[in-house]
Design a protein around this ligand. Sequence first.
Ligand SMILES: Cc1cc2nc3c(=O)[nH]c(=O)nc-3n(C[C@H](O)[C@H](O)[C@H](O)COP(=O)(O)OP(=O)(O)OC[C@H]3O[C@@H](n4cnc5c(N)ncnc54)[C@H](O)[C@@H]3O)c2cc1C
Length: 449
Amino acid sequence: MAMPKLNTDYERRPYWHSTMPLIHSRAGRQLPDSVDVAVVGGGYTGVAAARKLALQGAKAVLLEARNLGWGASTRNGGIVHPGYKWGPQSLTKRWGAATARAIYAETLEATELVFGLIRDNDIDAELRPSGWLELAWGPGHAAEFPEEAAALNAFGARARVVEKDQLRTEIGTAAYHGGLAIEPGGVLHPGKWFAGLVGLAERAGADLHDETAVRSIRRQADGRFVVETIRGAILARDVLVATNGYTDGAVPSVRRRIVPIGSYIIATEPLPEDLAHELSPTGRAYFDTRNFLSYWHVSADRRLIFGGRVSFLPTSVDRTARLLFRRMLEIHPQVAGHRVAFSWGGKVAMTFDRMPHIGRLGGIMHAVGYSGTGVLMSTYLGTRAAEWLGGGAPPALAKLRFPLVPAPYEGRPWFLPAIGEYFRLQDRLAVRGGARSSAASDEATSTGS
Ligand SMILES: Cc1cc2nc3c(=O)[nH]c(=O)nc-3n(C[C@H](O)[C@H](O)[C@H](O)COP(=O)(O)OP(=O)(O)OC[C@H]3O[C@@H](n4cnc5c(N)ncnc54)[C@H](O)[C@@H]3O)c2cc1C
């Protein structure tokens, strides 16, 4: 059967923007001359840090180049999932049992933190704690699931294998070789959650500024930092860099460790109730084990929110809409005939070990590189960075060395097309039964979105 044609009258902006509360502009407000902490970047990481710093009584300022939430924090897929790119076994192989357990536990703590903030403050973020289902793209991937489920259970994340012939109880597709259902986590409305977090930060007394790009940061002889913004300089005892996939040249040491990658999403019009139920009987989030992965869920208003990594080359939301539309119908042909209403994209930050990083480089603190785990880990690491700056203990993740991109690199990832071709080949081999690519065969639990 011929593939239906994609309508072209969709809106080219995040669906979430059309349904989230307006975040009023904080542009032009007077900047302080000196602060305890300057936070650079106004997404989940920066706003969570600014909130916590204000609660701790620190004098802090948040500097956002565009407007609050302009980055990935109001563009993402809304999949809230503990865990990293690497499953418990790989974490153990790489960093030893104690560190592996400690850093995995931090993702479970992150889930508690985000879910707790939403519940305790009655934030309307459309939170659905329904867990998620990882879907095996190749038979070799499904064969790895039983061992992964055992390891996840041992690390405190309740998980079970869903055999291929049982998949229909979880999802309306026969396109996969089996599933791994993981209970902690779920989905939320990223824009509503961000607006709620901004509200919490302002109520705590955080000083937030839009349209204040930071140009450079340099250290003075007395140890303090001069933060040069387009609106003047601020003297800061400490600086937290929270710019993730939008990291620019203001902090070269962080940029040399991050590869920004495009991730794209389409959202359909609201689907009929019976179709929405057929696609997602349990309301979980879904993603598959491909390198060019897809991630999706049915939203509270019954839209299929379907995202993926479709290109490692510069591209457009029209081209990615066509690619995602085709992929969506390969997985869920039942959706044919329903309009796509929105198409958009944004940048995620990959690191060379595919782990988030928190720490200091040249005295400047960073919390970045979420590699697909950012909806949870950004709020968590922003909060932990603030606690650390206030004299608290660093998180276990701070033990990981933050690797440099192993190539001459100043922010333009010229090597991505080659990596993309390698990933594409791995995805083709997987269909013939190959194991998952990369160092670990037990890699699990990251949308990589
Ligand atoms: C399409 C898409 C889908 C995704 N889906 C998921 C998902 O389903 N689940 C998941 O866990 N993660 C997902 N992510 C990733 C997740 O959204 C991010 O990891 C998270 O939002 C990062 O938050 P952040 O605050 O660190 O960065 P961001 O929200 O990206 O904010 C960084 C901010 O820094 C600002 N900035 C940059 N340079 C400067 C400067 N020099 N001066 C001042 N400000 C500066 C930028 O303007 C930007 O607003 C997705 C991302 C995208 C793009």
